[in-house]
Design a protein around this ligand. Structure first.
Ligand SMILES: [Zn+2]
Length: 720
C-alpha cells in the first residue's frame, strides 16, 4: 500500500499539497523533502502521512529526503497556529521556521598542529612557530602571525612533517552548560523571585510569570536562576531567551558565559548563514541547550523546549510588521503552551497587555522591590520649554546645559536622548516653502550630515543634498528644520569643545561589534557626552553616567496612536533609568512643552502604577486592548480610482458580527508608500470575539483584482 504525504511549502499558498511517497523512502512527519512544484523543486516539510493512492489523477512523487533534521511536532503545530492567528498562509511562518535549514553549510577550517616530529634543521623562527602551535591549534596564517614569522616558515615545517593540517568544523560544537557553577549573590527580593521561578519551572508544565522590576533591579540574575533550574531538571531540556536588540545581545551573552561557562547559541540577523545552519541543526538535534536570540528564534526547531524568557517584553521590536506579521511576545506564550514549557516575561515597564494578565491572575506576578546594590533611582525634573526655551536654532535649554556643565566638571557622564536619527527631520526651501519629500512615498526626507544625503527612513531612498531647490531653483535656500541626534551632537561639541562626544544610532552603530565598542568606551569613561537614539536606551550599565537629558520628551506623544502614551512612558522610564546605577546619585532632565501631561507627571513622580491605572481606565472605557481587540486591513494599489472602488466593495462585504465595529476605509496616515496608494480599515472587537476567524471570513468574501493587495494585521502596533 502506497502512502500520500501532505507537504507544506514555504510559500504563500493556502494549504499543504499532496505528493506520492516513493517506495523505500519511509518518511516521517517533520521530514524535509524536495518536492516538485511546476518546473521547480522546492524544500518542503511533511506535515501529514496517510494511506492511499490519491484519487483520479496520479500524484507527483516526492523527489527525495533532504539532509536536515526533521521539524519536531511542536514546531509544526506552532507554525500552523501562528498562520491561523495572523490570518496568513502557513507557508509564511514555515519559511521563517526553516530559514536556518536552507542556509549553506560552513566549509571546514584548516588548522595546523604539531606532530611531535622534530624538524631536521632547528632555527629560532621554527622554534617560535612550534611553541605557538603547542599553545593552541590555529590556521596556518594565524600561526605565522602569532609566532611573528613569515608564512614560508610554517610551510617549511608542514613540508617536513613537524606540523600537520587537520580539517575542523568551524566554531567547535555547542558545549553543554556547566551547571555546577554558582550564580551571583542575590538580594532578598531577587532570591524570593528566583525561588518562585525555580518552583514554577519545577512544576514542569505550561505557566507564565511576569518578572517585574525597575531598571537596575537585577532581573537578568533572577531569570538566569530559572534557566539553571530548567537545564538541571532535565538533561535534554532546552531554553530560549529572547532579546529585542542586537546591541543588548552581547552584554547578555557575556552574562550567560559567566553563569554557565559556555557561549549560548545565538540567533539574530547578524549571524552569518553558515552559523545559522549550525545553530538550526544543533537546536533540532537537541545539542544546543541555550539559545539567545531575536524574535524569529521563536520559530526554531526545539526538541524539548522547557523555558522561554522574553526580556524587555514590552519592546516594540517584538512585533514584526512586514512579511509574516506577528508579535513574538504573544506567540512565545503560545509556543510555551504547545511545548508545555514555562514562560517568563521580564520588564521594568511591562506592556499593558501583560500587566492586565498579571492583575487578573492569568500570569504569576513577581515584583522586584528595589534597585540592586546601593544604587538609587535618579531624580527626575521636567524642564518646561515654554518657560526656559533654548536659544533660537538650538535644542538644549539653559537648565540642561547647566546640568551638563556640572556633570562634566565632576568628571561624570551625560546621555542626551533623542529618538530621531540623522541631522534634521525636515528640509525645506526658504524661498518657496517646498518640503523635500520622498519621490514615491509621502514622507519627509531626513537630512544626514555624516553622509551628506537626504534619506527616506521608510523606504531607504536617498539622494545627495541638492545645492538648489529642485522646485524653484533658488540657490542655498534649503534649511534644516528640527533636530536629530547628529545636530544635537554638533550643539554639544560647540557648547563643550573640550568634551569627548559620540553618537549612538543605527547610522553610526551598524553591527553588534560596533555597538559593543561604543558601549565599552562609554563604560570605560572614554566618552563624556553620548547622544543616543533608543538603541542605547536599554540594558547597558554605565557606572559613571549621572545625567540623562531627554531632548524632546514629547516626541512619542505626537502621532497619537493607541500606544503613544504607553510607549513614551516605557521609553523615557528606560532612558532616565540609565542615570546613577552604582553609588553615584543620578538625575534626569526631561525637556517638554507639556509638563502637565499624565505621562510627564508619572515620570516625574516615578509612579508607574498611577500611570498604568490612568491608562488602563481609559482603555477600558474605549474597549481597546487589553480590554478589547484590534485588527487592521490595509489595501494598497498603484491606481487611486481602482483602489477606491475596491475598498468600497470590501466595505460592503464586511461580515456582521456582534461585538465587532469596523472603521473605514480611510486614507492611511501614510497614504503613499513606494508608489502604492493605501487605504485602511480598523476593526475593534470584544475580547471574546475570534478576531482572526472574523478577518479570514471577510477576506475570503472578496478577491482583489490584479494589482491590489490586501494585508491583515492582527493586533496592529503601527497605525501608519
Ligand atoms: Zn524653493
Amino acid at each position: 500500500m502506497s502512502r500520500i504525504a501532505s507537504v507544506l511549502l514555504p510559500m504563500p499558498l493556502p494549504e499543504a499539497f499532496d505528493y506520492a511517497e516513493p517506495d523505500g523512502l519511509e518518511l516521517v512527519v517533520g521530514d524535509q523533502v524536495a518536492a516538485p512544484l511546476g518546473p521547480r523543486l522546492l524544500r518542503g516539510v511533511v506535515v501529514g502521512l496517510r494511506e492511499g493512492a490519491g484519487g483520479n489523477r496520479p500524484l507527483k512523487a516526492i523527489e527525495g529526503k533532504l539532509d536536515s533534521p526533521p521539524l519536531p511536532p511542536g514546531a509544526i503545530e506552532f507554525v500552523q497556529w501562528a498562520a491561523r492567528y495572523s490570518v496568513d498562509a502557513p507557508g509564511q511562518p514555515l519559511a521563517i521556521a526553516i530559514r536556518g535549514a536552507r542556509a549553506p553549510k560552513a566549509k571546514p577550517e584548516r588548522i595546523v598542529e604539531p606532530t611531535g616530529v622534530l624538524p631536521a634543521r632547528a632555527t629560532p623562527a621554527r622554534a617560535k612557530v612550534l611553541e605557538a602551535a603547542a599553545a593552541g591549534a590555529m590556521s596556518p596564517a594565524d600561526l605565522a602571525r602569532a609566532a611573528g614569522v613569515s608564512a614560508g616558515v610554517v610551510k617549511g615545517l608542514l613540508d617536513e612533517g613537524a606540523l600537520a593540517v587537520r580539517l575542523v568544523e568551524p566554531d567547535g560544537a555547542f558545549e553543554p552548560p556547566d551547571l555546577a557553577r554558582a550564580g551571583r549573590e542575590l538580594n532578598a527580593s531577587q532570591s524570593a523571585a528566583a525561588d518562585a521561578l525555580r518552583a514554577m519551572v519545577g512544576e514542569g508544565c505550561f505557566n507564565v510569570a511576569l518578572l517585574d522590576g525597575v531598571t537596575g533591579s537585577g532581573k537578568t540574575e533572577v531569570y538566569l536562576e530559572a534557566v539553571a533550574a530548567a537545564l538541571a531538571r532535565d538533561p535534554q531540556a532546552q531554553v530560549l531567551v529572547m532579546l529585542p536588540e542586537i546591541a543588548l545581545t552581547q552584554a547578555v551573552i557575556a552574562r550567560f558565559m559567566e553563569r554557565f561557562g559556555v557561549k549560548p547559541a545565538e540567533w539574530h540577523s547578524d549571524v552569518a548563514p553558515p552559523m545559522r545552519r549550525r545553530v538550526w541543526d544543533a537546536v533540532a538535534t537537541g545539542q544546543a541547550r541555550i539559545v539567545v536570540g531575536a524574535r524569529s528564534a521563536l520559530f526554531l526547531p526545539f526538541q524539548k523546549l522547557s523555558l522561554i524568557v522574553v526580556d524587555e517584553e514590552h519592546d516594540g521590536s517584538y512585533k514584526q510588521d512586514e512579511g509574516f506579521i506577528y508579535q513574538a511576545r504573544d506567540l512565545s506564550v503560545v509556543r510555551g503552551k504547545i511545548e508545555n514549557a514555562a514562560v517568563v516575561l521580564a520588564s521594568a515597564t511591562p506592556s499593558l497587555e501583560t500587566l492586565r494578565n498579571a492583575e487578573t491572575g492569568r500570569y504569576r506576578w513577581l515584583r522586584l522591590a528595589a534597585r540592586h546594590g546601593t544604587a538609587r533611582l535618579p531624580d527626575i525634573t521636567l524642564v518646561d520649554l515654554k518657560e526656559t526655551p533654548p536659544e533660537a536654532g538650538r535644542w538644549l535649554s539653559p537648565p540642561l546645559t547647566a546640568a551638563m556643565a556640572q556633570t562634566l566638571e565632576a568628571g561624570e557622564q551625560t546621555l542626551l536622548f533623542l529618538n530621531r536619527r540623522g541631522y534634521a527631520p525636515l528640509v525645506l526651501c526658504k524661498a518657496c516653502g517646498e518640503r523635500m519629500t520622498s519621490p514615491d512615498t509621502d514622507s519627509w526626507l531626513v537630512e544626514h550630515r555624516y553622509s551628506g544625503r537626504l534619506v527616506c527612513h521608510l523606504t531607504g531612498f536617498s539622494m545627495p543634498k541638492p545645492e538648489r531647490c529642485p522646485h524653484c531653483g533658488a540657490k542655498e535656500s534649503l534649511a534644516s528644520i528640527g533636530p536629530g541626534v547628529e545636530r544635537v551632537e554638533e550643539e554639544a561639541r560647540m557648547l563643550f569643545p573640550e568634551a569627548r562626544v559620540a553618537v549612538f544610532s543605527s547610522d553610526t552603530v551598524w553591527d553588534a561589534k560596533e555597538a559593543r565598542r561604543l558601549v565599552d568606551a562609554m563604560a570605560e569613561g572614554e566618552i563624556d557626552i553620548l547622544v543616543a537614539t533608543q538603541a542605547a536606551a536599554k540594558g547597558h550599565n554605565f557606572p559613571r553616567l549621572t545625567l540623562v537629558g531627554v531632548v524632546d520628551a514629547d516626541l512619542g506623544l505626537r502621532g497619537g496612536d493607541l500606544r503613544a502614551a504607553e510607549r513614551t512612558y516605557q521609553l523615557l522610564a528606560q532612558a532616565t533609568g540609565r542615570a546613577g546605577r552604582r553609588d553615584r546619585p543620578g538625575r534626569a532632565l526631561l525637556q517638554t512643552y507639556a509638563p502637565e501631561h499624565a505621562v510627564m507627571q508619572a515620570l516625574k513622580a516615578q509612579d508607574r502604577d498611577a500611570f498604568v491605572a490612568a491608562e488602563m481606565a481609559e482603555r477600558e472605557i474605549m474597549k481597546l486592548p487589553p480590554f478589547g481587540r484590534l485588527g487592521a486591513i490595509v489595501v494598497s494599489g498603484p491606481d487611486p480610482q481602482a483602489l477606491e472602488a475596491f475598498a468600497r466593495e470590501m466595505a460592503k462585504v464586511a461580515p456582521n458580527a456582534e461585538g465587532v465595529e469596523v472603521y473605514g476605509p480611510a486614507d492611511a496616515p501614510l497614504s503613499l508608500v513606494r508608489g502604492r496608494r493605501r487605504k485602511r480599515f480598523l476593526i475593534r472587537a470584544d475580547r471574546n470575539v475570534d478576531l482572526s476567524a472574523y478577518l479570514a471570513t471577510w477576506r475570503a468574501r472578496i478577491r482583489p483584482p490584479g494589482a491590489i493587495r490586501v494585508a491583515i494585521d492582527v493586533d496592529p502596533y503601527s497605525f501608519l
